[in-house]
Design a protein around this ligand. Sequence first.
Ligand code: KIV
Length: 286
Amino acid sequence: MSARRPIPGEGERSKPVTVSAIRNAKGGEPLVCLTAYTTPVAQALDASCDLLLVGDSLGMVVYGLDSTIPVTLDMMIAHGAAVVRGAKHALVVVDLPFGAYQESPAQAFRNAARILAETGCGAVKLEGGAVMAETINFLTQRGVPVLAHVGLQPQSVNALGGYAARGKQAAEAEAIVADARAVTDAGAFAVVIEGVVAPLAARITSTIRVPTIGIGASAECDGQILVTDDMMGVTFGHVPKFVRRYADVGGSMKAAAEAYAADVRARRFPGEEHLYGAPKPKVAAG
Ligand code: KIV
């Protein structure tokens, strides 16, 4: 096994993680990344994570939308600011939503600048490979740190026709490698690789000089990310193959709601201890 370089700041978990620390974590201890959309969830995850992503997955996870396409810049800014308020340690990265950056580098800069200024986050993420290289270069040259996202790109679901894993065919695999190289050369400080066959993710990781962060990718990636609601078991229904469930928060919420309903219906709640101005229980003399 190769010797692993620790990520700078490791062991001092209260120190804020910087973009440079993430970039320099290539080949080091794997980066721990999760999504967050609210202040209390950010507070709960912060100390365990190097990076918190305010992903546009919030459209589906929080708002019950069918895809990430309808997510707006204002939604991303509201949730980004909430997460920044809850994070003292992890680097907070906010997704640029669909339609907020694809038109031109200038449009991407204008909207990324709003995200940085109005949320206080440390970087933005955008989907796309070689086609986005010019935009990533434009942003990074102007002070906007960019986390790139290649492989399966959920914002392109209408063009791709679904969420199936990418890179099974040689030509598609080569295109994804070229995408990862292009976004790295354009200045991305790290690259999310989503939904690709494992050997391809491992190959990209050994090819590019910035960290790869995998989701449905490979254990060889320089870091891992999951949608928090998936790994915590908040969401019901289909669990994607690449998710490991670490809790059953949805099940606990259901059980708590059932217990509350039973207490209310049986007049067991509220109890004396929850009431204002209720007569104090008498202490027996003696
Ligand atoms: O939107 C999101 O949560 C993401 C992660 C799945 C990487 O892009």
